[in-house]
Design a protein around this ligand. Structure first.
Ligand code: DGY
Length: 320
């Protein structure tokens, strides 16, 4: 029997590519560049399935031009904001993601962002690397200690719960807001807030873990930043779209925020030059899930979903 044909849009790990080549007639992106819209459409014309990353946009227009034979978009990402899910559903295209397997890696990056922001990690690192460290005093490079502070999770899904667990390890008090309150065994003593506003009022560190939907774009805007305690820290390892970056720059400049630790930006790759020009930010290039272990696991999970689909079963991680 012939294998289903599959386009894999980006360079995945060797182990994942080997398994994919064993089970599918695979087309690869040889030099790992981001496909233009035209290239994406062209490559999708002759395949039964696509395994993309969040770097490929499947908007309504692209989805409308996919061939009838292409029946599944098996994402190598937990986020699905790069796919117009409604339009995919209308076209009868199944969309899957890769939840769970990246929660640990992403929660680790949230901790790195929190500590990097609180303890002025970028400033200190730059100073030593550039040979500009020529002074020391007890008043030098003083930052914020997170021990005993309130860690506020906005979006207590899988990643949010692991981030809360890690923050507990730093002796932080956990607060959260979620659409639904978690059962006690998942809450583990975390304090539930029934509104975003109530959470913000206690957020010494605000860590974003909610999905991007039309309703959550610019959720953290000037009005909401004003509700944070003075000197709060913002951590974003979810999506840049959640934050109004102009308002963030103002809050960082005015000292309303002590610092921000960001792994994601509205414009990627690249980031925001106004944010990058500030001292009180710790910035990373969207590497929340970028560990060897997690990249393998994400690839396998995407392949598991494809395998289930082509075996006539329901993919575990079907989102539409
Ligand atoms: C995700 O899985 O959504 C990460 O942001 C990497 O794409």
């Amino acid at each position: 029997m012939s294998k289903p044909s599959l386009i894999i849009t980006r360079r995945l790990t060797d182990a994942v590519l080997e398994r994919a080549a064993r089970d599918y007639d695979v087309k690869l992106n040889a030099d790992d560049h981001v496909f233009s819209r035209e290239e994406l459409l062209e490559h999708c014309q002759s395949v039964d399935a696509v395994l993309p990353c969040h770097s490929e946009r499947f908007d309504a227009d692209v989805l409308a031009q996919l061939p009838d034979r292409l029946k599944i978009i098996a994402n190598h990402s937990v986020g699905t904001d790069h796919v117009d899910l409604k339009a995919a559903k209308t076209r009868g295209i199944v969309v899957t993601n890769t939840p769970d397997v990246l929660s640990d890696a992403t929660a680790e990056i949230a901790m790195l962002c929190m500590l990097g922001a609180a303890r002025r990690g970028a400033e200190g690192n730059r100073m030593v690397r550039e040979g500009k460290w020529n002074f020391w005093s007890p008043a030098f490079m003083v930052g914020r200690q997170v021990t005993g502070k309130r860690f506020a999770v906005l979006g207590m899904g899988r990643v949010g719960q692991v981030a809360a667990e890690r923050a507990r390890g730093f002796g932080m008090e956990i607060h959260y807001h979620n659409r639904r309150r978690l059962p006690a065994e998942l809450e583990k003593g975390a304090i539930f807030h029934d509104s975003v506003e109530s959470l913000l009022a206690v957020a010494d560190v605000l860590s974003l873990h909610c999905p991007t939907t039309p309703e959550s774009i610019d959720l953290i805007n000037a009005e909401r930043l004003a509700l944070l305690p003075d000197g709060a820290i913002l951590v974003n390892t979810a999506r840049g779209a959640l934050v109004d970056e102009r308002a963030l720059v103002e809050a960082l400049k005015s000292g309303k925020l002590f610092a921000a630790g960001l792994d994601v930006f509205k414009d990627e790759p690249g980031g925001n030059p106004e944010i990058a020009a500030l001292d009180n930010v710790f910035l990373l290039p969207h590497i929340g899930s970028a560990t060897f272990e997690t990249r393998d696991a994400m690839g396998y999970r995407a392949l598991d979903n494809l395998d289930a689909f082509f075996a006539g079963r329901e993919p575990t991680d079907r989102v539409t």
